[in-house]
Design a protein around this ligand. Sequence first.
Ligand SMILES: Nc1ncnc2c1ncn2[C@@H]1O[C@H](COP(=O)(O)OP(=O)(O)OP(=O)(O)O)[C@@H](O)[C@H]1O
Ligand SMILES: [Mg+2]
Length: 451
Amino acid sequence: MITAKFLAPLILNRNVSLRIPYNTGAPDCLDRQSLCFWEQFDVESVLDTKLPSCTMTDLNRRTPNIEDRGEADYFHGREAILDDFKERMQSAEGDPRRGTTFLIQAAPGAGKTALLHECAQRGKARGWQVAEIDPDGLFDPVELSEALRIPTPDKRKETSGKINLKVVEKTVTSEHHMPKTVGILNSDQTPLLLLLDEAQDLRTSFFPRSKEFRIASKCLKAIHNGKLKRPVMLIAAGLGTTKEAFRELGVSRFKPNCYIELGRLRREAERAVIVDWLQLNGRAKGAPLLWADSIAADTHGWPQHVSAYAQVAARQVRADRRRMTPAGLQSVLAAGRVKRERFYKSRADGIDEHHRAAIAQAFVNVRGDHTQTRAAIMECLLQTGAEKSEAAAVFNHALQKGVLDHRNGRYIIPIPSMRVWFLDNYLIGYNKSAGTGRPDMPGKGETGPID
Ligand SMILES: Nc1ncnc2c1ncn2[C@@H]1O[C@H](COP(=O)(O)OP(=O)(O)OP(=O)(O)O)[C@@H](O)[C@H]1O
Ligand SMILES: [Mg+2]
């Protein structure tokens, strides 16, 4: 959502044009409610754009709070990534100039937040200070101070504590007008790990060329290029538009192994997660492999699904007094499928049914790696009678919600069973047996790299 906070400076400073909607079809981002509020500023004339009827409200809405998200109870896999991360921390400890950005990009439910949490644990274990920030923290000294749990600049002034604002400002001047947020990052010696989850929001948090954008960009570049006086690493995770958001903010080249496209879990890791849920949580008696493999046949290593099914399985086993019965397994699979469908519905939220059908249509005859061009998807959306701007807004929304994802200049519905869900539910006359790639047969590379 483009908030009042970001509109205000732009509206009050009429030198800045709001016809720079930052790649999200931003005029569509303004819902009618926000517009009412901003009517006093004559928003429409500033926008210089006829606002659409807002079928696409709140493009940047955070993922609704659904089950099976976040920190993992039984984390497995991702060893290579965690090793690379550890190496980077070691390197930065030796020389702050080796501070850097570690970027994880992936479709919804791939395990970004859980991985961020694992990295945070490793940072803490090495004595690093760990702080969660959001995009505001890159330009707003108060937000950043709060995230770092140090007195906010105003409070520093009042209490004239150890680090007072004048000192910070002096440092800033001598650092070629680096923003205050950079001064704050420099105000301690302890190695610092910054966590930025949902980092795709960077794209809609500032207008390009706005003051906030410039400050955030400088701050990001200072971290990324190791320009700080202490070891600082930023680990960011977000959906498929995140790397592009960093590029727009001036960070485009990542050190080796510091940009990761997270894929599904390897079979062994997937199995280990399910077995842990069954044995440690459900306290199952007997060999759990039949259950683990039956569940894995439905979940395809996709952490969101693995976690959803495994939690149900553990509950079932507890209810059956630690026994793993055939009837219990059938209940687990049925309940897991319901959860899986709920998850897909939440991803497709905000996309009208006929647009969902158009997206399904775009992927119906695509074989091989199941990727499609933007032009072909747009063409299907335009065939619904949508204006070009509306079709573009739907496309961007699908990208924001992870219904679509980038693959080498093309696009994919990133989870195999989600693609089949789209086809089964929205493609009238789709012949399931004709097979456009059932979920049990993911096309080559379609889920992105494994682990
Ligand atoms: N490597 C893992 N081992 C075990 N469980 C995992 C692993 N990765 C993720 N999970 C679990 O899978 C579920 C989805 O993971 P997570 O919430 O981290 O995904 P995400 O990519 O951040 O999703 P979103 O895009 O919705 O924010 C969570 O329950 C999480 O605990
Ligand atoms: Mg997440």
